[in-house]
Design a protein around this ligand. Structure first.
Ligand SMILES: O=C(CO)[C@H](O)[C@H](O)COP(=O)(O)O
Length: 311
């Protein structure tokens, strides 16, 4: 099998290496000429064997992905298949697929999980598309997924959109799991009189416990590298999938308190001096004459002394 890979960043570049190690021929294209194996997208397409050329796209979700798809639409022929492996919104997939289907170009969306570890460990894959296209691409999926039973690292989840819908939910779960480990970390750390070695407690949870997981393994690794996580600021970005998960939940009236809380915790992380919390403090002062901290005291954290409360 010979496939083209568009986007040779952290994910695409590693995936290309894993495919090659498994015996799949890959031609790589990147918009950055320094990273690219072929100068232009049209020359890249020309290197791929016909019929049924296969191209895997691994560029940032949204407009960059759509721009590549629009360009490919003018270069590919009927029967060729495009695999969108980034973190596209599932409804964007359906729009993109409709645009390509008009020209007879096939479309498969694949949610890819595994991060920078996937090159060696394999990637968890969630695919959406027609059965015929999925079967055509099975050698590629088998090369990318972890060793072991196929159904434990790959799913044909449904029609176009199902792959990225599954990946969106996966990422929502990821938010909740990370937040739970993080809150546990803070609770352990808060009692250094009782728990002198937080990393040792996390480490002991890795086998046998109900909360063992790969994210826990990574937590142990992070705490080992920097026990107090002192080199990392408590500021967390998000790439959008958590938001999409919550929008979907609202549309379907599905209660997702954990995932919502985890997303909002990230927003809070970006507001060390929150306007909303200043308003709460101001209101307490207004109705009860309660003390507020001055702007100079901002940043002093901790549990209030109940004895100091006048409530
Ligand atoms: O898909 C992923 C992991 O499964 C990506 O790493 C994703 O970017 C993580 O999402 P966020 O940046 O919102 O935390």
């Amino acid at each position: 099998m010979h496939i083209g890979m568009v986007g040779l960043g952290r994910m695409g570049g590693n995936m290309m290496e894993r495919l090659r190690a498994a015996g799949i021929t890959v031609t790589g294209y990147d918009a950055n000429p320094e990273n690219s194996e072929v100068p232009t997208l049209s020359e890249f397409v020309a290197t791929l064997p016909q019929p049924r050329r296969a191209i895997w796209i691994m560029v940032p979700a949204g407009d960059p992905t759509t721009a590549v798809l629009n360009e490919l639409a003018g270069l590919l022929d009927e029967g060729d298949v495009v695999v969108e492996g980034g973190n596209s919104h599932f409804e964007r997939d359906q729009e993109n697929a409709a645009m390509l289907f008009e020209k007879g170009i096939r479309y498969v969306d694949v949610g890819v999980s595994g991060g920078i570890w996937g090159r060696d460990n394999g990637y968890g894959l969630m695919a959406g598309g027609d059965q015929e296209d999925i079967e055509h691409l099975l050698p590629v999926f088998d090369a990318l997924r972890p060793e072991g039973p196929r159904e434990e690292g790959f799913v044909h989840a449904g029609p176009v959109g199902a792959g990225h819908y599954s990946k969106m939910v996966h990422n929502g779960i990821e938010y909740g799991l990370m937040q739970a480990y993080a809150e546990g970390y803070q609770l352990l750390e808060a009692r250094d009189d009782l728990i002198p070695d937080v990393g040792a407690v996390f480490g002991a949870w890795r086998r046998g416990t109900v909360v063992r997981s790969w994210l826990l393994d990574l937590m142990v690794r992070a705490v080992k590298e920097d026990p107090g996580l002192d080199d990392i600021r408590g500021w967390v970005e998000d790439s959008g999938e958590g938001r999409w998960t919550i929008v979907e939940a609202i549309d379907g009236a599905v209660p997702v308190p954990v995932i919502s809380g985890a997303l909002f915790a990230r927003f809070s992380s970006r507001q060390p001096n929150s306007p909303a919390m200043r308003a709460v403090a101001a209101l307490r002062k207004q109705f009860g004459g309660h003390a507020v901290r001055s702007a100079e005291e901002q940043g002093a954290a901790g549990t209030p002394d109940p004895a100091a409360s006048d409530e």
